[in-house]
Structure formats: structure tokens, C-alpha cells
Design a protein around this ligand. Structure first.
Ligand code: SAM
Length: 322
């Protein structure tokens, strides 16, 4: 097992199935470009081998499938069917929910029990401005179907001052009514926001302000969360839970157990580091050749983790999957 001086190890793998996305959220991509799969993306089979090798080499226990937008990828079905045979403790998926209705039968058939759906606003105009694509009604329809099918749903919202921060309470009401757990993600200095400090500062809406806003309507208490959880969790007694991923306000680097594999075969040990390690070629090799080389790269990737706080990174989120 590879462990660093702070006792951190990789347990959670996030795999970006494709860099292509049917949205172009303003805070994620700078120029409104979307639906671009990288030419050299790994095949579904190579990705499954990657997950299998990382289970052995790094002790990965949990997998989150992300993107880009995983539901637009033609690799989704084969990947899901094969990866669900690897004996992982948990497989979940992060999506913008645009194609949820269409893909739900496949997700259920492959044993998916948990989904994180990104939803920044319930206002159709604001939705169109932020996502620069998609259609709110389809997302909401997909969410109702997922709920009816008994899936456990978390909603991810990035509150942005001046764009959707007035939606904090409407979205919380919406989630509480449906038994969805809302996770507020503080805006991160990623991609263009790492370069443009002004744009970041203007839009950043932090945890203190957020909790004060929620406190105007609800009483809440801090709830328990797993040791390596990135979200602070709160309970609104008798009504439900919500969480805050407070990268800026309460950094969680000391307990981070995440490893990321990009759709083009690069391992990232830390969102905040521009270091990355190419493993695409190893995934075509037999296990006895691939594992020792992979372990050497994992030592380097673990050393890329920040000591205390997330300081930002120039990598665009849609490339490494948030
Ligand atoms: N397309 C999928 C989705 O929309 O959930 C998965 C990929 S998306 C990059 C994953 C998450 O990253 C989304 O919840 C999105 O809101 C979040 N995200 C992207 N850029 C961000 C940023 N600069 N700060 C905080 N969260 C960000």
C-alpha cells in the first residue's frame, strides 16, 4: 500500500469517461466550447483494465464515473457493464442529468444505486446562461424518474455571486422536499479562474455567507461524515441533510484520498497540481509488467498532493472530471 507522511493513501478513484460535454458551464470552460472528445481517449476496455490495475496497485475501493459528461459517451455501456464486475465497494456517477431519463434503465441494470447530479439553478433563464446548453425541464424530469426508481440522489450546486446565489434556498427547498441531499461546492480556482483572480473573487460565494443564508430559514446542526469526506455535512432536523464542499473556507487536503484518471490516460494525484502521470501505455500491458510501473507513478502522484490547502490549478475541470 502506498501511504504518504500524513498517512494519506488513494482509496477513491474518479474516472473521466470522456472530456466531451453537452454543456459549457461558464465557471468550468472559458470559451463556450463543448462536445469535444479528445482524439486520443482511452477505449472502454483500457479504462476497465486501468480500474482493475489501480484496485491492485493503489488499493482503490470506490469509483466515481465523471467527465466531461459521462452520459454522452458511447463507452458508457461497455464500461459500466465490465467495471461493475470488479468487486468495488461502491460505484457512483456524476452527471449534469440532461440525458438521465434516457440512460436510467442502463444505470439501473448495471446496479448503480447513487447519482450526483449537478444543478445550479431552478430558473430556466439562469440555467441557460450558466450551462450554455441543455434544458432544465429535461433534467428535472430525469431527476423525478431517478427518485421514483429509488436511486439515492445528491445534487451539486456551485453558488456564484450574481448568477445563482439567490437560488440557495429554492434549491434547498426543492431537495428537502424530494429527499435529495444538496451539496454546495465552493467555486474552485480551476482552469481560467486560476488565471483570472478577479473573475474568481467576483463570483466566489463562500461557506460563511451560505450558512448564514440557510440559517435565515432553517435551523441546522453539524452531522457526522466519513473521515476522508470532502463535504461538511449538516442536518436540518426532521427534514434532511445538506453538505458544503468548502475548498477555500475549510480545506480538506490533509485527508484527501482521491486519485483521478483522465479520459486520455493521465493520472492526477491532486486537482491543485499541474503534475500528471501518463499510464495509457501501461494499460495495454499484462498485469505483471504494468503493476510495478504503475506503483512507481502512484508514489509520484501521491507526492503531488497539497499539504494543507487547495491553491488552484490551470487544468480545466471538464478534462479531469471535478
Ligand atoms: N458533467 C458532469 C456534471 O456536470 O456533473 C461531470 C463533470 S463536472 C466537471 C463535475 C462537477 O464539477 C460539477 O458539479 C461542476 O459543477 C463542478 N465544477 C466544474 N468547475 C468547477 C469550479 N471551477 N469550481 C467548482 N466546481 C466546479
Amino acid at each position: 500500500m502506498i501511504v504518504d507522511r500524513q498517512g494519506r493513501r488513494f482509496r477513491n478513484l474518479r474516472i473521466s469517461l470522456t472530456a466531451a460535454c453537452n454543456y459549457a458551464c461558464t465557471y468550468c470552460v472559458p470559451n463556450g466550447k463543448r462536445l469535444v472528445a479528445a482524439q486520443d481517449e482511452l477505449s472502454a476496455e483500457a479504462m476497465v483494465r486501468g480500474v482493475a490495475y489501480l484496485i491492485e496497485a493503489a488499493g482503490i475501493e470506490r469509483l466515481r464515473i465523471t467527465g466531461g459528461e459521462p452520459l454522452v459517451s458511447p463507452k458508457l455501456e461497455l464500461f459500466l457493464r465490465q467495471v461493475s464486475q470488479l468487486g468495488l465497494a461502491d460505484i457512483s456517477l456524476t452527471s449534469n442529468g440532461q440525458l438521465l431519463s434516457r440512460k436510467l434503465p442502463l444505470l439501473l441494470e448495471c446496479g448503480m444505486r447513487r447519482l450526483n447530479i449537478s444543478l445550479d439553478t431552478l430558473d430556466p433563464q439562469a440555467f441557460a446562461r450558466i450551462a450554455r446548453g441543455g434544458d432544465l425541464a429535461s433534467v428535472l424530469h430525469g431527476l423525478e424518474e431517478a427518485r421514483a426508481a429509488g436511486l439515492q440522489v445528491k445534487i451539486n450546486m456551485v453558488p456564484l455571486r450574481g448568477h445563482n446565489h439567490e437560488q440557495v434556498l429554492p434549491l434547498l427547498d426543492y431537495c428537502l422536499e424530494r429527499g435529495f441531499e444538496l451539496r454546495f461546492i465552493e467555486l474552485m480556482r480551476m482552469g481560467h479562474l486560476a488565471r483570472d483572480g478577479n473573475a474568481f473573487q467576483q463570483q466566489f460565494y463562500g461557506m460563511n455567507e451560505l450558512l448564514a443564508r440557510i440559517g435565515e430559514r432553517y435551523e441546522f446542526v453539524q452531522a457526522e461524515a466519513p473521515l476522508d469526506a470532502t463535504a461538511l455535512r449538516y442536518e436540518i432536523p426532521g427534514q434532511g441533510f445538506f453538505g458544503v464542499i468548502a475548498n477555500e473556507s475549510v480545506p480538506f487536503c490533509r485527508t484527501c484520498s482521491r486519485l483521478r484518471l483522465s479520459s486520455t490516460g493521465w493520472l492526477h494525484g491532486c486537482l491543485s497540481s499541474s503534475n500528471r502521470h501518463y499510464v495509457g501505455d501501461l494499460l495495454d500491458k499484462p498485469r505483471h509488467q504494468a503493476l510495478p510501473a504503475l506503483q512507481r507513478l502512484l508514489v509520484q502522484a501521491l507526492a503531488d498532493k497539497q499539504d494543507i490547502a487547495f491553491s488552484g490549478g490551470v487544468t480545466v475541470m471538464k478534462i479531469i472530471g471535478g
